[in-house]
Design a protein around this ligand. Structure first.
Ligand code: F6R
Length: 587
């Protein structure tokens, strides 16, 4: 949701923090702020985008070798300068940046007000620096942070600055935080891209870890009430992956990276996929849990598990999982799918299933994320960092891994792998300039439309849901996906002359879905066909070759491109759609 970064070392903190903020902007982008220690704590913050705020306030004017910064996605309190982070304590001795939600902040605020504290923002965060200051009346800085954390209910990743101490203290619970180990310098941030330019050595903090960064790194676990050792990991991501290169936007860069990311997804996980396939076969009840696009990948997988492996699976939205958790037994297997590995709803579902003794397998992109640690086994997507708020390359990687898993369960892993590998060159074509040029003609026709409907049957049904999500979240055109047979049960009432309807076809479903398209056409719909064969019903046709189970991968790509182009034509920023954040760490 929000992005936080802290730095301590020999260099000037502000340029490092500003660069880090820009790389974290995908996590939240309604306000930003920075504080460094130079004499006292100097703090600058405002509402708006980082670039705009920097032009106005000049973050680089902040001096000092130690500092913290924040990019906000509002939860408590509107988008105002006062609500932007960092937040000061009353004496301005302490400043804090926070990602997460303090659920008992009203109670803590009342306690602090009754002890003479004043509040200047509507945020839940402001209780944190003030509680620290309150405890510092008779405790050390470190002990006061610990005492404060004991009082907090909810989720937090925080970094704390103290004007009198040459150290940073950071801590996490249910929100991500990772430490970067440089050469006589340390970084702490919500996500690795924030400091990737400076170091590839990281320490992933565990739940309720508190880290003290001064001339050393000391990790204390609040539950264990003692210092703990955490391993240093080397990360494989490189700087190019977090830069736009020649692309205007990360969304387009990440769409075109799919040739490579599918290849990685197919090649990297062989042994583990076969092991997971064995676990699936032994389990009594399989539950997929995920949110958003990852949920659509799971829904798609449920069709593949049925057609390829002859296996029934349950698919639950992670936020709805609690309604079904009573069916979980120790022999159940939960497969949690999440790009970030930090989605609060997914972690909640996984923890509920673990309490019942179930085994957890996860499919995750971000190494070291909470979900990888809380799973019995994690299949890594290896897609590299996804910076655009929308999932594109990670969605198709999830599909590739789940398709392989279905084949592995059926004892046909090699066949599945061959089929997916055969696609790689074709995916290159689907993202090429000429393919994009063709879709541009469609984007021009649709750019002023208010509604788009999408239909597909079988495997194409989850594709229609995902395609609708892509269009609406980035272009703000209302788009709804349906199973082809469902429209006539109500929604067909909305079809008028010229209403655009995207129809996904496949060899298996062609006859039926074309009948559904004919029903729409008879009501005046403008029909856009996506599939292997043109049909006279289509007013516009996007040819995508027949790829059986992998249709889900190939057919979504033209619609990712369409969504991108619609955003551009409608003046929307495709990398940072309004109201959204990349990793949703609140329930
Ligand atoms: C849509 C999108 C979201 C995520 C959802 C789950 O483009 O990105 O719907 O898929 O928030 O996120 P992860 O996969 O990180 O759990």
């Amino acid at each position: 949701m929000c992005g936080i970064i802290g730095y301590i070392g020999k260099k000037q903190a502000a340029p490092i923090l500003l660069d880090g903020l820009k790389r974290l902007e995908y996590r939240g982008y309604d306000s930003a702020g920075m504080a460094t220690v130079s004499g006292g704590i100097i703090l600058k913050k405002d509402a708006g985008k980082i670039g705009e705020i920097n032009s106005k306030l000049d973050f680089l004017g902040l001096r000092g070798n130690i500092g913290i910064a924040h990019t906000r996605w509002a939860t408590h309190g509107g988008v105002t300068k006062e609500n932007a982070h960092p937040h000061f304590s009353n004496t301005r001795e302490i400043a804090v940046v926070h990602n997460g939600i303090i659920e008992n902040y009203q109670e803590l605020r009342e306690f602090l007000v009754s002890n003479g504290f004043t509040f200047y923002s509507e945020t839940d965060t402001e209780v944190i620096p003030n509680l620290i200051e309150y405890f510092m009346r008779n405790r050390s800085f470190e002990d006061s942070v610990k005492e404060t954390l004991k009082k907090l209910e909810g989720s937090y990743a925080i970094v704390v600055l103290n004007e009198n101490e040459n150290k940073l203290i950071a801590a996490r619970k249910d929100s991500p935080l990772v430490v970067g180990i440089g050469d006589n310098e340390y970084f702490v941030a919500s996500d690795i891209p924030a400091f990737l330019e400076h170091t590839k050595k990281v320490v992933y903090l565990y739940e309720k870890d508190l880290v003290v960064l001064d001339s050393d790194v000391r990790v204390f676990n609040l539950d264990k009430d003692s210092f703990v050792k955490r391993p240093i990991s080397d990360i494989e991501w490189n700087l190019e992956q977090v830069k736009k290169g020649n692309f205007e936007h990360f969304m387009l860069k990440e769409i075109t990276e799919q040739t490579e990311t599918i290849r990685k997804a197919v090649e990297n996980n062989g042994k583990l996929i076969k092991e997971v396939a064995d676990l699936v076969k032994k389990a009594k009840g399989i539950y997929f849990v995920a949110c958003g696009s990852s949920y659509h990948a799971c829904l798609s997988a449920s069709y593949k598990f049925s057609s390829v492996a002859g296996m029934h699976v349950n698919v639950a939205l992670a936020s709805e999982f609690s309604n079904f958790k009573d069916f979980i037994i120790p022999e159940s297997l939960v497969i949690a799918v999440s790009q970030s590995g930090e989605t609060a709803d997914v972690l909640g579902a996984v923890r509920a299933a673990k309490e019942k003794g179930a085994k957890i397998i996860s499919i995750v992109n971000v190494f070291g994320s909470s979900l990888t640690r809380e799973s019995d086994s994690a299949l890594m997507m290896n897609s590299g960092p996804e910076i655009c708020v929308l999932s594109t390359k990670t969605y198709t990687s999830q599909l590739a891994i789940l398709t392989l898993l279905a084949y592995a369960i059926a004892g046909k892993y090699e066949e599945g792998k061959r089929k997916l590998k055969d696609l790689i060159n074709y995916i290159y074509y689907l993202t090429s300039a000429s393919a994009r040029h063709h879709i541009k003609k469609l984007s021009e026709k649709l750019k002023k439309k208010e509604h788009i409907y999408l239909i597909g049957r079988g495997l194409q049904y989850p594709t229609s849901l995902e395609a609708a999500l892509k269009i609406k979240e980035v272009s703000y055109i209302h788009a709804e996906g349906f199973a082809g047979g469902e429209l006539k049960h109500g929604t067909i009432a909305l079809i008028e002359k010229g209403t655009p309807c995207i129809v996904f076809t496949s060899e298996k479903t062609e006859k039926e879905v074309l009948s559904n398209a004919a029903e729409l056409k008879a009501r005046g719909a403008y029909i856009i066909g996506v599939g292997a064969r043109k049909n006279e019903l289509f007013d516009f046709f996007i040819k995508v070759r027949e790829s059986e189970e992998a249709n889900s991968i190939c057919q979504i790509i033209p619609i990712q491109i369409l969504a991108y182009q619609l955003a551009m034509l409608r003046g929307c920023n495709p990398d940072k759609p309004r109201n959204l954040a990349k990793s949703v760490t609140v329930k």
